[in-house]
Design a protein around this ligand. Structure first.
Ligand code: FES
Ligand code: FE2
Length: 450
């Protein structure tokens, strides 16, 4: 249980708040780089700040405050120039560094120009994504985690704007037990109502959490598994402060998967699921699959306004959202099985203190040598992948991807294509998937663990 003050301390991320300052020490993803190909500007709301990402006539990106310092019109409607962007209202021109370059209808006055400089933040591209850094200079390095730099991968990113605070989403990642219930027994109950008997839940004998260079790794010992199992020995990481890295460490079926919980403001979070698949050796991959990150929306409610709980990520979103916009932790009751959450909060508070004492918080990277490629721990034999590629895909956000059928064709060529297309296509509208039942039944002997 937290006091109201402690809850506020850990959840509030708007400018000037302690956690807002901590979040600003890390690069945050904005969108896929491909999304700026046919756009000059995009609005971005990040950490409670309204910003505009723009492209100048030389193709360079800038991220500045949305409102013009003159009389507050939006740069989202700005006119790109060779060196920056002009406000649509009276043409004041600004650079990507926030400098006012000229004020067309004013008598040129360098002091006035300097005074009206606006806030601007650096943007970098990695893994086909654009990242921004809103913290104090000098900016740290953008960490080159394995999945963002692996060569030749097929990349896609699901996206959902969730009406909730970031912390309850992250706490879910320190809570392995929920998979046994939310994705296990709760799912079994849903199927029971359809007259389908499944046994998907896997009991947790033990859970453990260990700190490492970039955050915490999460470990689970499942009933019937040995202490040598990868789920127990290796686990997978929570990268501070707001990323979960799942995926599959097995080189024969390698994929990288990052769930990034980007705080939009105190009660909204942009949830991004970034997956990068390493194609099998010798596979011929069409260029359009690898030349960009394929972005798709992940719905959490259906056309009747009901939560979509037929997939793992929909189940998670239901649990997070029903906790309220900002979970009231003054009325919670943590048990022993919540030790990961307690640890995460302790580490967050410790890192806040470090930052206030002038130190870099955990995972802030400044060593170029360390940043060639950072391999993260990940299970090679992960229990949640054990029912096969398309079966697992259909149980997650990935089924909403427009390239899901292409991926199945590449990674599970034996799978009957019609089944997959039938199942995936209707899912894109957030509607019930008629064709998935057979696959679900088949996959039900194994768990689905995040
Ligand atoms: S409001 Fe932007 S130039 Fe006047
Ligand atoms: Fe989950």
């Amino acid at each position: 249980m937290l006091t109201a003050e402690q809850n506020e301390l850990l959840t509030q991320i708007t400018p000037g708040t302690p956690m807002g300052n901590l979040m600003r020490r890390y690069w945050q993803p904005l969108m896929a780089a491909a999304e700026m190909e046919n756009a000059w500007t995009k609005r971005v709301r990040l950490l409670g700040e309204d910003l505009v990402l723009f492209k100048d006539r030389q193709g360079r990106l800038g991220l500045i405050k949305e409102q013009c310092p003159h009389r507050r019109a939006s740069f989202a409607h700005g006119i790109p120039t060779k060196d920056g962007i002009r406000c649509p209202y009276h043409g004041w021109e600004f650079s990507a560094q926030g400098k006012c370059l000229n004020q067309p209808n004013e008598i040129d006055n360098p002091a006035f120009r300097e005074k009206v400089a606006t806030d601007a933040y650096p943007v970098q591209e990695l893994g086909g994504l654009l990242f921004a850094y809103l913290g104090p200079q000098p900016a740290p390095l953008l960490p080159r985690f394995d999945g963002f730099v692996a060569e030749g991968t097929i990349r896609m990113m699901g996206r959902a704007l969730l009406p909730i605070n970031w912390l309850q989403i992250m706490e879910n990642s320190l809570d392995p037990i929920h998979t046994e219930w939310l994705h296990g027994h709760h799912y079994e109950f849903l199927k029971e109502q359809e007259g389908i008997k499944v046994a998907i839940s896997a009991h947790h004998e033990k859970i453990d959490f260990r700190e490492f260079e970039f955050g915490i790794t999460k470990h689970r010992l499942l009933a019937g598994h040995s202490e040598d199992s990868d789920d127990w020995r290796t686990g997978h990481p929570i990268i501070f402060p707001n990323i979960l890295a799942v995926g599959n460490g097995d080189e024969a079926a390698r994929y990288y998967s990052f769930q990034m919980r980007v705080p939009v403001d105190n009660d909204h979070t942009m949830h991004l699921w970034y997956n990068a698949y390493v194609p099998p050796k010798g596979a011929v991959i069409p260029a359009h699959l690898t030349d960009r990150v394929h972005v798709y929306d992940v719905p959490f409610k259906d056309e009747n306004g009901e939560f979509i709980v037929d997939n793992v990520d929909g189940q998670d979103m239901m649990a997070w959202i029903t906790q309220g916009a900002i979970a009231d932790r003054t009325t919670e009751n943590l048990g022993a099985s919540d030790k990961g959450i307690a640890m995460y909060r302790r580490v967050l508070k410790r890192e806040l203190k470090k930052m206030e004492q002038g130190e870099d918080p955990i995972g802030v990277l400044r060593d170029e040598q360390r940043n060639h490629r950072i391999d993260l721990p990940n299970e090679k034999k992960k229990h949640h992948n054990s029912d096969g590629f398309s079966s697992f895909m259909l149980r997650t956000h990935a089924k909403y991807s427009q390239i899901a059928p292409d991926l199945v064709k590449i990674f599970e060529p034996d799978r009957v294509q019609m089944d997959v297309q039938r199942a995936v296509a209707p899912a894109r509208d957030g509607k019930k998937q008629a064709g998935t039942q057979a696959m679900e039944t088949q996959s039900s002997a194994t768990g689905s663990l995040y």
